[in-house]
Ligand binder design. Structure first.
Ligand SMILES: Cc1cc2nc3c(=O)[nH]c(=O)nc-3n(C[C@H](O)[C@H](O)[C@H](O)COP(=O)(O)OP(=O)(O)OC[C@H]3O[C@@H](n4cnc5c(N)ncnc54)[C@H](O)[C@@H]3O)c2cc1C
Length: 368
């Protein structure tokens, strides 16, 4: 099958990888560079979702994708061990809580998962927290520890997945797709700068730009850009051993020794510039939790746009629109984590196979 993929972020590259692995002919269209938006500038935390609801489809997808990450860390690097170039490492996460309501919610999650030893979920009181890192503010009441969490370099991962796809025959065209071409009730390819590229199927994996592209073919996809900013710090003292989060914010020391803190959730359209206001808020929040960061030096500030659906879940669907069109977007705040599952299930939809994990909850129909 001849497939055109629009978008060279993790969603598009992972789809290209799984399609070419199964012998399909793939051309990927990227108007900037591969992983030059959210997929290259994300934090890279892989924390499988623990929502607490039985049979939560998003939880299942995120755990399934975590399994794919473990395979990819070996296969895309061609080694038998976790690939150091991806910086794929186990890094427990710790959700810090500051008030009673948050503590009750976190303890409830702990009680739900306490017997699932594979996830290694624990509730830590302030005394135990100080064994993890004595620099955590004394205002914190406790923390929800998740041992089975990982982190990686999302830019290196996306490039490595693409290189694996390329070695299996995928091609890249560095152009902007201006339209999805349709003949009758079936897609016939994509149009870039007046030139037509024929295809049997088209995958729309254009991140936050997917809505615009799809509305031209009559498909209404409620994906909007949600801007997030991150600050990289040169911090004094030893590295943080675990990745810390609180509310919507976080702090983690990356393998290059820098401590990354974030983040923002800004609804400002496609403006992806960094701002002083976000810098001050992110640093203020981090210093409140980790007072030692007051003496840190700012090294870099980045901003990028998450493709976000109203319910924060992905959209993976082949039903709406002309035949042969498959939508793969909506990674939201966990698009790196769910990227491999998004790619593998999208590849299955393209060729008409049963997806390896239940994705019925991620259809576009849920919004109608
Ligand atoms: C600050 C921040 C931190 C994050 N941290 C994490 C994290 O720790 N863990 C996690 O799992 N997720 C994280 N995410 C989320 C994650 O980065 C995204 O969900 C994910 O990268 C989205 O991937 P994508 O491929 O769908 O979109 P993108 O990476 O945006 O890729 C889409 C691509 O499509 C291209 N494109 C668009 N339109 C066209 C067109 N017409 N023609 C050709 N090309 C086109 C764009 O140029 C772009 O390269 C974070 C996001 C942000 C903003």
């Amino acid at each position: 099958m001849n497939v055109s993929i629009i978008g060279g972020g993790i969603a598009g590259c992972a789809t290209a990888y799984y399609l070419t692995r199964d012998g399909h002919d793939v051309t990927l269209f990227e108007r900037d560079s591969l992983a030059s938006h959210a997929s290259g500038f994300a934090l890279g935390g892989l924390h499988p979702h623990i929502g607490g609801a039985a049979d939560d489809p998003y939880e299942k997808l995120s755990h399934y994708s975590m399994g794919l990450h473990k395979q990819l860390a070996k296969t895309v690097s061609g080694t038998d061990s976790d690939d150091e170039s991806l910086n794929f490492i186990r890094k427990p996460s710790l959700l810090l809580v500051k008030d009673q309501a948050e503590a009750v919610a976190a303890r409830r999650v702990y009680e739900t998962y306490a017997k699932d030893y594979s996830l290694d979920i624990r509730w830590l009181g302030l005394g135990e927290l100080s064994h993890i890192d004595a620099r955590i503010s004394g205002d914190v009441l406790g923390g929800l520890y998740q041992g089975e969490a990982h982190e990686l370099d999302p830019y290196q991962l996306t490039l490595a997945i693409w290189q694996a796809a390329e070695s299996q025959g995928a091609r890249i065209v560095n152009r902007s797709v201006t339209a999805i071409a349709i003949e009758g009730d079936h897609v016939s390819g994509v149009v870039t700068g007046g030139q037509n590229f024929e295809a049997d199927a088209v995958v729309a994996a254009a991140g936050p730009w997917s809505s615009e592209l799809l509305s031209d073919v009559g498909v209404d996809v409620p994906i909007t850009p949600l801007k997030g900013q991150i600050i990289r710090l040169n911090a004094p003292g030893p590295a943080l051993k675990v990745s810390l989060s609180w509310g919507t914010d976080y702090a983690i020391t990356k393998p290059d020794g820098l401590t990354w803190i974030g983040t923002t959730e800004e609804e400002v359209g496609f403006d992806d510039r960094t701002t002083d206001e976000a810098r001050d808020r992110i640093i203020g929040s981090a210093v409140e939790m980790l007072p030692y960061l007051e003496d840190a030096e700012l090294v870099q500030q980045t901003a990028c746009l998450r493709p976000m659906a109203p319910d924060k879940m992905p959209i993976i669907d082949a039903e709406p629109g002309p035949e042969g069109l498959v939508i793969a977007t909506g990674g939201g705040r966990q698009g790196i984590l769910v990227g491999p599952a998004l790619g593998e299930t999208t590849a299955a939809l393209v060729v008409g196979n049963e997806p390896p994990v239940d994705i019925s909850a991620f259809s576009l129909a849920r919004f109608s």
